[in-house]
Structure formats: C-alpha cells, structure tokens
Design a protein around this ligand. Structure first.
Ligand code: ARG
Ligand code: ASP
Length: 719
C-alpha cells in the first residue's frame, strides 16, 4: 500500500515537474492532457475548451491578421489583441495631425470605429485527423515529388468535401513533419474595425529597450470589433454591417492570479522546431543568427538615430524599426539561450543514445542507420549557401530602394512582352502610380541612403565572394571600396528615391520607357540580386528542403519509436494550440531572483521624460498618485501590470488569451523572457516564461485612463 502511494505521488510529481513544455492540439486534449491539467488545478474540462457539439472556448479565439491571436470578449464581437498586433493598422490611421500611435485612439461610439482594409480574423470551425485519407496511395518507394502530388490530390478532395455548401474555407496541414495530417475548417471575417488603442507610452512602454525582457511594464493591448452582415455572416466592409454576435465570448476575471496558479494559453503559435538534429540547431545559433543580427544592428542604429531627431521619421519608421528590432533581439536571446542550455550538446548526447538504439537492431539499422550521417552531410554542404542567402536577404535585399525599384519589374516584363497590349501596360503603370504616395508616406531618402552605404560595406567586405552576384564584385572594384560614393551615385541617379521623380516618370509612361528602368542603378542591383537568387541559391535551397523534409519526417517517426512512453506534441505550424503551465518567477542569472509579477510602481521607477520609451502618460501618473485603481486593484493594494508563467509559447501567440483554472480571461499573452527565447528550438523549464498583460491593467487603462467605460460595460466581469 505504502509503495503504491509513493509511486502515485512520485508519478504525479514527475508529471508536474515537466509541465510547461508543449503546444497541444485542442482535439487531443482529453486524451493526452486533461488529467495532468486537472492535477495542476484546472476546474473545467477538455470539452469546455474544445467541442464541436456545442460552443466552447475555442469559439472565442481567433487568428488575428496573418500572425497574431485575438479573443472575443463581448456579445457584440469586441476583440482584444496586442498593441503590437494592431500596430500596423493603428499606424495607417496616423498622421502628424492625428497621431494615434503616439496619442492613442478611442472610438466614442460604434460609428467612430475605423475600418481596416486587408485585416481579417479567422475562427476555427473544427479540426479532424485525416491522415489515412491524405496518405492514401502513398508508398514508401515514392520520390518526394510523387508523394507530394498524391497528397495534394487527396487533400483537394478532402477540402472540397468539407466546405461543400458553406462559406467556410478549409485546408489540410501536416503535423509531426508530415507523419500526421489534419483538416482545418475555418470561417474568416473581413470587416474588422479599430475600436481603441492606448497611447504608445502605455501600449509600447519600454519600447524595444524592454522588448523580450522581464521585468516588463508594457500595456500591450488594442481593441477591435468584428462586423458581420445582417445575417451575422462574414462580409467585406460596408457601412450597413453590424457588430458580430459570437457563438462564445470570454468571461473576464478580476481576481488576478497567484504564484503557482494553473494557467493556459489558447492561440496560434507560428513555428517551432523542437525535433531537429544538433547540426540544424548549430546552423541557426552559430551561422544564421550572428549574420542577421549584425546586419540588422546596422540598420537599427541608423533608423533609431533619425527617429530620435525627427518626429516625422518617427512616425514613418516606428513600425519598420519595431519589426527589425524584434527579430534582431529574439535572435540574440536565442543564440545565447542555446549556448547556456548546452542545447547542441544535449542534442548530440541524444543522438548518441539514439544511434546505439538503432544499431542494436538490424531492422532499425536498415531504416534509420543512415539518417544522422545523411543529415550531417546535407547540412555541412548547405551551411555556406545558407550563409550567402542570409547575407543577401538581411543585407542588400533589406534596403528599401532596392525592394521598391524591383516592384517595377513586372512593368518592365510586360512592356517588352509583345503579346501584352498597350492598354494593359498603361493600366499597370497607372496602378503603380496610384501606390506611389502610400509608399513615400513612410519613406525617408536620407535614412535609406545611409543604410545603403553601411549595408553594402558590410556585405561586400564580409560575405563570401564564392556566392556573391557578380555585380557586387564589379561595383566594389569600381568604387574602390568607397561605399559613400556608391550610395551617392545610386541615390542621385535613381528614379525611385522620391515621389516626384517616380510620379513624373509614371505619368508619362509608355512601354519604350522600360529602358529607363533597366538602366536605373537601384533596379539593376535588385534585378541582378533576385536573378542570382533564382538561378543559383533558390535551387540549392529547394533541394536542401526537399532532402531535409523527408529526413525530418523519418527522424520524427524514429524519435517517437525510440521514446515510446514520451508524449510528443507537434511543432507549431500556425494552427490552434493550447499551452499550459504555472504562474512562476525564475532565476535568470546567478544571484538574481525574478518575481512573477510587475506593477505600476515599476512604471514610475522606470520613468524618464528624456527617453521616448520611458515617458509616463500624465493621466496614468495622476491615477497612480491618487491610487485611483477602482475594482482593478490587486488584493495587495498595487496595480499589477504583467505576470509570467511557464506556458510554452512562440511568435503568433501574441494576443492569445491567458485563462485561469475556470477558463476565465486573466491576461493577454504578448512576449517571452529573453533567457528563454530558445524555446522554439529547445524548451527549458527553468528559464522559459511567457509574459502576459494582467487583464485588470488592460481594463484599468480602458476605463480610467481612456474613459472608454462603454467598452467595459459590454464585458462580463467576474469579481
Ligand atoms: N517580442 C514581442 C513579439 O515577438 C513583441 C514585439 C513588439 N514590440 C516591439 N517593441 N518591437 O512579437
Ligand atoms: N511577441 C510574440 C508574438 O508577437 C510572442 C512570442 O514570440 O513570445 O507573437
């Protein structure tokens, strides 16, 4: 008896010890996770989280835009996501006259909510394992191409069947590197309006300085609303559309969380690669990341300095800079985390054990004996090519003038194509003309010229000449390494560095003018670079992925056979997942012990009126002074702003609802702690933490700072 109790507590203990890692499929929750989730404190059931028979929490979670998550919080389609997820749209509504990015925006009524062309929100209707149907007629002797074509044909039938007679969309996606396939049926809404956004000094407080870091004080949320037609169906924007009535919306808890509490994150994680071999992790951490980090650093230094000096440049470049900086910093954290965790050695150790297991059985030897040697060979051949690719894409092809010049390539092609009529060519040039102002609204020639000189210098002096388009070698020699001179000549000669010259050119365009584009120095560089990519590197890259995709599929299967007792979760692939864990602090370094929550006091401590990222909103300051926190205050008397937990999240999980043991909304996920950003490649329970906005701070800002009480009144708050 004693022994069983011991065993029982031991196994429970070891279960909980591992909890945190994993992004689980909602359909398999009951089978794989419910027991553990309940042991950790969850009071709802797997069926409350995902069900196709009745509405469940999944009906309140959406894919927001291309790469974020959002959640529905009212019966009128009100939606919460991150400020950084709404950023592009908030920016597009901003100008020097009404700078919503800096000052915030709050619609006072439905009529004032702003439409966002191009923005959509997608619900998951249902998902289903269709592996057997997808792989019908696939044999192990097929080449990858044959295999793919059979799969594509099978999936087409599955998809057509699934959406017949509905306005739904469907797709079949691979999981476990192509060992399993799921059908996903979705519903997309396209009239999504901006309802509110806090000023940047709240929504982006701490800016790129604090990004990816703890302790954190960013009020990273924005508010949108889904609109539908009169029948509650998706429809493109129309002023006659009405707020969408959702199947489900989240209740919001004002109780907060405590250390050790169970939480889960429900959302759309983008990409993880947890089951790669050591060589692959080495390529990311020690090749790709360092090259990209260096090149991004140069662009950022130039942009940051210009934004510091000029308000207009700040508006024009804030979204761009945020994007560049975000991955720059992520990569730094990731490479450090890999090193600190000894992830490559851990993988090598695993591969040693795996190889012994393979060698111990002739059948296994036949199936898997060549796997790791093949991997090593493919990667060592590929690394110099991938370096070259990273140099080009993060270097020259990140320069705005090159990208913009190349957007005229289609015009060049059509102009010289005899089968295309003059009027078609004219229509295209008019279309390009119509886009000119939009592009130049966010363009600064001085910034771009500086970036050109700096990036060309680094690229030409450091990238391997073996994989460099000839034009760079020639121009480098012509200019004798004088990159400033090179930049001056390009920017003096090009048509595409100002709205005036671009417009003047397009207004009078006729097909013989294609010659002028072909002679343009920015276009020439861009065209030569893209041609090189297409004719050389792309083939190598495609071949590499062909080989490694099939190796990874076999390796994935082999790993599950090697560790039959382990519960595997599929890598993230922008499909709906659940991560669960506990609210918990961590020790990032010797002698430092991080608390699990951060408060408004910390905002005041970080305040610095001279530094853009640390300006504190005057209204916030006043509320802090008078401690006017209303019902949003924590039991401890402070205003909690953020908290961290062991939920395994990644890019795409931004904006995801963070739910408590009862399935009530307690936070909005927005980031991870820097020491744990290698969780995309290897999760470390000691260091990996997701960062959530405390939902009470979000409501406090809406209600007390913005005075948008009408929105809080729509929500269902639980005291
Ligand atoms: N690091 C977070 C994520 O990957 C937030 C990024 C936006 N914030 C910023 N300061 N750039 O998306
Ligand atoms: N900030 C990320 C996002 O935008 C989340 C993360 O990478 O942890 O999705």
């Amino acid at each position: 008896m004693k022994k069983t109790i011991f065993l029982l507590t031991f196994s429970l203990f070891s279960l909980i010890l591992h909890a945190g890692e994993g992004m689980w499929l909602p359909v398999l929750l009951q089978q794989l996770n419910e027991k553990e989730m309940r042991a950790m404190g969850m009071r709802i059931t797997a069926d409350d989280i995902y069900s196709i028979n009745h509405s469940s929490l999944k009906d309140a979670v959406v894919l927001f835009g291309g790469g974020c998550t959002g959640e529905i919080v009212s019966g009128q389609g009100l939606l919460l996501t991150n400020h950084h997820c709404g950023y592009g749209n908030i920016q597009r509504h901003s100008s020097l006259e009404h700078d919503y990015l800096t000052d915030g925006f709050w619609a006072q009524s439905l009529a004032e909510e702003l439409p966002n062309p191009g923005l959509s929100v997608t619900f998951l209707v249902r998902m289903e394992d269709v592996t057997a149907v997808t792989l019908k007629n696939v044999t192990s002797r097929m080449s990858e191409t044959q295999r793919d074509s059979v799969i594509v044909a099978n999936n087409k039938l599955i998809v057509n069947e699934a959406i017949k007679g509905t306005h739904y969309k469907a797709s079949v996606r691979p999981f476990f590197a192509g060992n399993q396939y799921y059908l996903l049926v979705t519903e997309t809404f396209t009239d999504i309006r901006l309802v509110g956004a806090p000023p940047s000094n709240i929504g982006k407080f701490g800016g790129d300085t604090d990004n990816w870091m703890w302790p954190r004080h960013t009020g990273d949320f924005s508010v949108f609303r889904i609109y539908a037609d009169k029948n509650n169906n998706p429809a493109d924007y129309s002023k006659d559309n009405i707020p969408y009535t959702p199947k489900k919306y989240l209740n919001i808890s004002l109780k907060g969380v405590n250390e050790g509490d169970f939480t889960f994150v429900y959302g759309y994680p983008g990409t993880t690669q947890e089951y790669l071999p050591a060589v692959a992790v080495d390529m990311v951490a020690n090749h790709k990341n360092p090259i990209a980090i260096g090149l991004r650093q140069q662009r950022l230094d130039i942009i940051d300095q210009a934004m510091e000096q000029d308000r207009l440049v700040r508006i024009q470049y804030s979204a761009k800079a945020a994007g560049i900086a975000n991955f720059w910093k992520k990569m730094i954290g990731e490479s450090r985390g890999i090193k600190r965790l000894d992830a490559i050695d851990i993988k090598r150790g695993f591969e040693k054990d795996f190889s012994q297991w393979v060698a111990a059985d002739p059948n296994r030897e036949a199936a898997y004996g060549n796997l790791l040697p093949a991997y090593n060979k493919v990667y060592s051949d590929f690394i110099p090519k991938n370096d070259a690719y990273t140099y080009l894409t993060e270097g020259p092809l990140s320069i705005e003038i090159l990208r913009y010049a190349y957007s005229f390539n289609k015009l060049v092609q059509q102009s010289s194509e005899k089968t295309i009529s003059d009027s078609a060519v004219n229509a295209l040039s008019k279309q390009l003309l119509a886009g000119v102002d939009g592009y130049f609204k966010n363009y600064d020639k001085t910034v771009d010229r500086k970036i050109f000189a700096a990036i060309m210098n680094t690229y030409c002096e450091n990238a391997s000449p073996d994989y460099m388009p000839a034009i760079y070698r020639e121009l480098k020699a012509n200019y004798k390494g004088d990159y400033e001179k090179w930049a001056d000549e390009v920017f003096n000669k090009t048509l595409f560095a100002s709205a005036e010259s671009t417009k003047a050119f397009l207004e009078k365009y006729s097909r013989k003018d294609a010659k002028k584009i072909l002679k343009d120095p920015a276009f020439q560089l861009a065209a030569a670079t893209y041609a090189y990519l297409q004719q050389n590197l792309s083939k190598d890259i495609a071949r590499f992925y062909d080989v490694t995709d099939s190796l990874q599929r076999i390796y994935m299967k082999a790993q599950t056979e090697f560790r039959p007792k382990k519960q595997f979760y599929p890598d993230a692939n922008s499909t709906l997942r659940i991560a669960y864990g506990q609210v918990k602090g961590y020790e990032p370094a010797d002698a430092i012990d991080y608390n699990w929550f951060a408060t408004l006091d910390g905002i005041m401590q970080k305040e610095n009126p001279d530094i853009y990222d640390y300006v504190v909103d005057p209204r916030l300051k006043e509320l802090y002074r008078t401690k006017n926190y209303g019902p949003y205050c924590d039991r401890d008397g402070t205003m909690h702003v953020t908290f961290i937990a062991t939920n395994h999240t990644t890019g795409g999980n931004s904006g995801s609802p963070v739910l408590d043991a009862d399935g009530n909304l307690v936070g909005i996920n927005f980031d991870r702690c820097w020491e744990g950003t290698m969780s995309d490649l290897m999760y470390d329970p000691d260091q990996c933490r997701n960062i959530s906005l405390d939902i009470r701070y979000c409501l406090f800002v809406i209600d007390k700072v913005a005075g948008a009480r009408r929105l809080v009144d729509e929500m269902n708050l639980i005291q």
